[in-house]
Every structure is written in structure tokens, then in C-alpha cells.
Design a protein around this ligand. Structure first.
Ligand code: ADP
Ligand code: MG
Length: 310
């Protein structure tokens, strides 16, 4: 559902200018969302500045996606106000919004057999009919190169692995070339290399003057790559600040209801780990290679206690 204003096709849209570092590009004032009887978000105050990476973290069900969807206008507010570039979010039309913020949703249903190239090009649609359109090919190529999806360009999007889809969807977000990036668990299906790649690109965009809001579960990645982190708990912002301020053992253990250790990394930054019990590790067989393990397994399965299996 989109509640942005739809204007006739020939309306001249207000194109954005790149904000200056530190400009408040997004402001949430006392934002509340209720769905039916349920209070999903309550009293959320947050501002986001050009030039920063802000990671939004919190347990499952805390309201992170709802908060992002409220910012995009896909979830109506029950209370409060959201401003984008100093104006109420709803005063921008859909194209003007798309020129200002690009969004990667947690789940996207694609049923038509679009190629990866098609998907990335969709990011350019807000710029159709503007001077920016001339750069479409260059921008699409650069977005695909940065996210390492060039080799996948002709593949059907739905045939990709989860992590590959994540990269293609992120590539589409970059191709949109908007100064605010809103990313809902973009790294969820990515391997560690691509998770780090995505966060590094987020930082590069922030360094170029964009504002990046990213929902992540990997607390160590959030700590390493973010200027600030916002910790959401039961629909309320429990803490906002630098990773060192927010990610304390006491705070994280309390919010996640799970004992969590936070240690300084010798090279700077934080190591964040669940406190785990010592385990007794069993490694069967004299040799640890596959053939011995397979033989032991076969023996157990066949009930032969090793006899007859060599
Ligand atoms: P998160 O992204 O932090 O895991 P969500 O924002 O998706 O959490 O959801 C927050 C809470 O709101 C959850 O308890 C979820 O079940 C509930 N919720 C989200 N959308 C709806 C909806 N449309 N109807 C009812 N409850 C919803
Ligand atoms: Mg979510």
C-alpha cells in the first residue's frame, strides 16, 4: 500500500539536491503505530543525518520493519510525524519520494521472470524524463559492478540464491541514486564476505553525503560499520548512540534476554558474543577424514558394529 500522493504523469517533480554532511534529512517525532488493538511502535523520536550510517537493531518483533515501513509511508502513523528533507513525508509525491530515498524491503515478491538487469534498471524509473536519465546505463553498470552482480546480469531473478537476490536487490537500491538508503535486513541471506561488502558500500555512500539506515542482526557488523546504532525494544527506542555507548553487555543482555559479552577488540572496535557454556566435543575415529567418519556411520546404521564394513 502506498499512501504517497499520486500526481498526473506530466507533473514536474521537485528534484533533490544533495544534502550537506550533518543535515537532518529524516526526522521522526513521537511516532506511534497501532494495528488493531496492538501498539507496534510507541513514542519513537529519531533524526537521521546526511553522512551517517545508522544501524537499527533489536530482537525479532521489536518493530524494526514497521519503523522502516512507517518512514517509507507504507504503514500509516497513528501518532506523531515524519519529515523528509524538512517537509512532512506525505507532502512529496511518489516520484519525489523515490528520488529522495531508496528502499530495500525485508521480503519482496517477484513472480514475473525479470532478469537481474531488469531489476536493477527498475531503480532508475524515478529519473525517467529528467536529465539524469542520460546516465542510466553508466549508473546501472556501476551499481552492478560494486555489488558483484555483473556475472548474474542475464539470470532470472527468481532463479538466484537468497544471497544473490540480496545483492541484486541492493544493486537496484544503489541504481536509484537517492540520498537516503533504507535497508531492511539486506545482509540476512548473505555470506560474510558480501555482508561486509554491503556495509562497506553503505559507509562509502555515507562518506559521499548519503544517509544510510540499515536493519541488521549482526551486532558486531553494526558496531564495526555504523556511526550510530538505535536499539529498538517492544516498539520503543531503548537507546540511540555510538556502538560503544549502546552496545554494553548489560544493555544487550537485557534487551535480547540472553547473556551477551562485549569485549574490546585489540585492533579497535567491539567483539560481541553470546556467553556460551563450555561443550564437550566428540570427534570419533582415529582419523578425522570423511572415509572413516562415513564408515563409522555406515556401521552404526547397519547395526554391524563395524563388522563387514571396511
Ligand atoms: P521486526 O522487524 O523488529 O522483527 P516487525 O516490525 O516486523 O518486527 O513487527 C513488530 C511487531 O508487530 C511483531 O510482533 C509483529 O507480529 C507485529 N506486526 C507487524 N505487522 C503487523 C500487522 N500487519 N498486523 C498485526 N501485527 C503486526
Ligand atoms: Mg523485520
Amino acid at each position: 500500500m502506498s499512501i504517497a500522493i499520486q500526481l498526473p504523469w506530466n507533473t514536474v517533480h521537485r528534484t533533490p539536491t544533495m544534502p550537506n554532511p550533518g543535515d537532518r534529512v529524516l526526522e521522526l517525532v513521537d511516532v506511534g503505530v497501532s494495528i488493531g488493538e496492538r501498539r507496534i511502535l510507541d513514542g519513537v523520536n529519531l533524526d537521521v543525518r546526511a553522512g551517517e550510517v545508522l544501524s537499527l537493531v533489536g530482537p525479532n518483533g521489536a518493530g524494526k520493519s514497521t519503523l522502516l515501513n512507517a518512514i517509507t509511508g507504507d504503514v500509516p502513523l497513528s501518532d506523531g510525524e515524519i519529515t523528509l528533507f524538512g517537509l512532512p513525508a506525505l507532502s512529496w509525491d511518489a516520484t519525489e519520494l523515490a528520488m529522495r530515498r531508496s528502499v530495500l524491503l525485508q521480503s519482496v515478491d517477484v513472480t514475473f521472470p525479470f532478469s537481474v538487469d531488469d531489476i536493477v534498471r527498475m531503480g532508475r524509473s524515478p529519473w525517467e524524463g529528467t536529465a539524469e536519465e542520460m546516465d542510466d546505463d553508466m549508473i546501472v553498470e556501476s551499481a552492478m559492478t560494486m555489488t558483484e552482480v555483473m556475472p548474474l546480469a542475464d539470470r532470472v531473478y527468481t532463479s538466484l540464491s537468497g544471497g544473490e537476490r540480496g545483492r541484486a536487490a541492493f544493486s537496484r537500491v544503489l541504481a536509484q541514486a537517492a540520498p537516503i538508503l533504507l535497508l531492511d535486513e539486506p545482509t540476512a541471506a548473505m555470506d560474510i564476505k558480501h555482508q561486509e561488502m554491503l556495509m562497506r558500500i553503505g559507509r562509502e555512500y555515507a562518506a559521499a553525503g548519503c544517509a544510510v539506515v540499515v536493519i541488521v542482526h549482526a551486532l558486531d557488523a553494526a558496531a564495526a560499520w555504523s556511526d550510530r546504532v538505535a536499539l529498538l525494544e517492544h516498539g520503543r527506542l531503548r537507546a540511540v548512540g555510538t556502538p560503544e555507548e549502546v552496545f554494553t553487555s548489560t544493555m544487550l543482555s537485557d534487551v535480547y534476554q540472553c547473556p551477551i559479552e562485549v569485549l574490546p577488540h585489540p585492533g579497535g572496535g567491539l567483539i560481541i558474543l553470546p556467553k556460551r557454556p563450555a561443550i564437550t566435543r566428540h570427534v570419533y575415529g582415529e582419523h578425522h577424514g570423511f572415509p572413516d567418519a562415513a564408515r563409522a556411520n555406515l556401521a552404526r546404521l547397519s547395526g554391524l558394529s563395524g563388522q563387514g564394513v571396511s
